[in-house]
Structures are given as C-alpha cells and as structure tokens.
Design a protein around this ligand. Sequence first.
Ligand code: GLU
Length: 484
Amino acid sequence: MKKVRTRFAPSPTGYMHIGNLRTALFTYLIAKQNDGDFILRIEDTDQERYVDGAVDVIYKTLRDVGLNWDEGPDVGGPVGPYVQSERMGMFKKYAVELVEKGEAYYCFCDKERLDEVKAIQEASGIMPMYDRHCRNLSKEEVQAKLDAGVPYVIRQKVPLEGEVTFHDALYGDITVDCSTLDDQILIKTDGMPTYNFANVVDDHLMGISHVVRGNEYLASAPKYNLLYKAFGWEVPEYIHVEHIMKDKQHKLSKRDGDASYEDLMQKGYLKEAVINYIALLGWAPKGENEIFSLEELIKEFDIQGLSKSPAIFDPMKLKAINGKYIKALTPEKFAEYAIPYIKQTVKREDVDLEEISALLQARTELFTDIPESVDFVDELPDYDIELYTHKKMKTNPENSLDSLKAVLPVLEAIDENDWTIDNIHEKLFELIAQKEVKNGIILWPLRVAVSGKAFTPGGGIEICHIIGKQDSIERIKKGIEKLS
Ligand code: GLU
C-alpha cells in the first residue's frame, strides 16, 4: 500500500481558527493511525492575507497541542521547500508540460478583451466564462506572439463536453458537467501559479495521499480532478469537512470570541480539553465515551464517523469537557493553574491559597471563573437577605436569624489556636443535634453570612476556616444585624 502522507496547508492569517485546527487534527490523526507522515506546508502566496508573525502562530499552536509534524519549513524534509512562496519558480514547467501534452494553452487575451467578453455574456444572461478565443491558435501563431513578448497566461484545456467525477470520502461521487467549467488559469501573467494549480502540483510533488480540508473547497474539487487527469497523476483521497457553526445560520467567525485557539486559551481552557472537544466537532466516536487524549484519538478516529452536517460549536459542552480534564488533574497541578486566578481577587495574605485551590478543583469547569467565585474571601460582598431563603434547606430570613444567633457563641467559644475544620465541624454538629434541626437550617445561613453568596467553593465550615475566626465572627454578626 502507498505510504500515507497527509499535509496541513494553512495560510498564515495571524490566528488559528478552530476549524483550521480541527483540519490539522484530523490530518494528523489519519497520518499517525497509518504510521504515515504528517507534513506542514505554509501557503503564504496570498499576500493580501499575509500577516507578520503569523507563521509563528501556526508553529506555536500545533506544538502546544502536540500535533508535531514530520516534515515542514523549520524541520525540513525530502520534498521541500515547505513554504509555498519559496516554491514559486517550480510551477511553470508543469504548466508548459501540459501545453505540450495538449492539455493546456497559452492565452494572450488582454484585460480589455476579457472585460468585453464578460460584459456581453452578462448582458445576455450567460454565466461569464472565458470564451476560449486562444484555445485553437496554431503553433506558429503562439510562437510569434511569444517571440514578440505579448503577455500571456496559461489556461487548462477543459474538455468541452462530458462529465467529470470527483470522489470525496464523505460526500461520495460528485459529478459535474464539463461544459460548466471554465478553462482555468494555471499560470498568471506574472509567471506565478494560481492557487489551485500550485496546490495540486504541491500535493503531487509532496506525495500526499489524503487531503482534509474545509468544504468551501468542494466546489473547486472537480477542477482539481481534471488537473490530476491531465497530468496522469494519482488523485489523493479527499475528505471535505463541514463548517463549524455558531448556530444553524452563522459560521463561527472571529468576531464570536470563541473562534480561535488563542481565544480559548485566553479564556482559560486546557489545551487537552480543546483538542478533545474539537475532535468531536463533526466526528462521532463509535461508543458512548467522548473523552480522549491525543494518543487515544489516534486509535479511535475513523473517517466513517465524520458527519455531513455542520457542527455547532457548543461552549457549554466544551466547558463540561474542560471540567472533566480539570477534575483529573493532580491537586498540585490544579493548584499551579488555579492559584494565579485565585490571586486576581484574593489579595489578603493571611489565607492559605492551596486550601482554597483544593476546594475549587471539584467544581471548576473553567479557570477564568475562579476569580469571581472567590471574590468574597477578601471582603464580604453586600448581599440581599433574600439569599437566606432556600426552599430545599427550608430556611428563610426569620429562622436564619435564630440560627446565626445560635452559631455565634458556639464559634466564639473555639479558641483561635483550635480553629480547625474538624473542631468547627464538631461544635456545629453538636449544636445541630442539640437543636434537633436539619443540617441545612444551621449550615445554609452560615454559608450566606460568611460569603454573601449562594454558590461558593466549599460550605460554611470550610469558608470559616479559610477566612479565620475573627473574620468569621464579624461576618456572622453582620448577618445578625442585617436580619434583625
Ligand atoms: N491554504 C488553504 C487554507 O488555509 C488550505 C487549502 C487546502 O488544504 O487544500 O484554507
């Protein structure tokens, strides 16, 4: 069997759209699950889109997530250069080869003439296409014009009739009537290749066996196929993947703030979770499990599981997957990530950041949610007494006042040196037993009084321990005041 060689061919735009990262991922997975090569080729010939430093963004992102390439601009390889702009001199001879084979021709029409033809076609409601004026020039006529230095392009001789069929792993066979296809330009007046031509020649010269790309290229695919045919080259396996959408109508765009890898990193997602999630955008694993490391994806990924419907980017699902990765971190690793976020709102120095971190791990889905979730540690926020009402706990402002009044002396009686979770716990549960009430009757009002919030990492007891005795007593007193 032919060696599997896949390539990721990004254009350096300055950011990594997650659709592109997904293409890179699928491309990488196909190579690795077949012991093949994963190649990075930079398609930087569209100067208008060119952005300084953009190539580094590509390198950094791929390395960050572990999609290491076997051949590429920086690591080299046998079929370089791997930057398209450095290959520009290589293409013309292939176009000339097609001219010699009778599959392409020189076209000397100038812009004025082409514009006229187009205007006439448009006026009569015909789809604008080159009218093939130069297709049948004699050898002598061509040579005379070349000798006279008349500017030219090289166009492909697309069959005038018949059909061309193109195969895609996902969409099956797509057949197009040749009469609808233009005699596409292969080499422009400046001697440079058109994008489509360079892409086909590059894939061939680099021995690419599988091409994964966005389905915006599906429409040009029959033309690619005609080129392969004209050369007599083997066509790679094409896999055109669906777009990633924000919702049913809109593609996920840069403006949406979740569209690029950088956006997601800034929001505090773990890269392992991001890779796992984007693998699921348009691909369904065989079983129920959706949590996969990159290594596991290499084994699990299967072209058959790709979908023909657009994938909708679901931030809630990404967040849930991120939460799973966070829970699986060792406490030390979690603390390493979490403490900088805790420090954004917790400035006081008399608290144990690792203790806060330990409480956060079980309930954190996104690191950037941390600062807000611990913002009560430094200072009690101003809260509404309605927070004391909790249906399930059966609490309300009235019985909460009783509870806080009962809790206060119990906690005051604990010596500052004995202010441990176990001691606070023991004394409060003695009180609960003595009053013959449900835990929540005492613990819910305590949590509200010491945090001013309905959702906190840990409960009232843990919070009391974190903020210390003095602060706890003061906050409980404030609660009593508010409720009285
Ligand atoms: N350079 C193209 C892009 O970034 C890739 C096209 C292809 O993979 O064939 O969209």
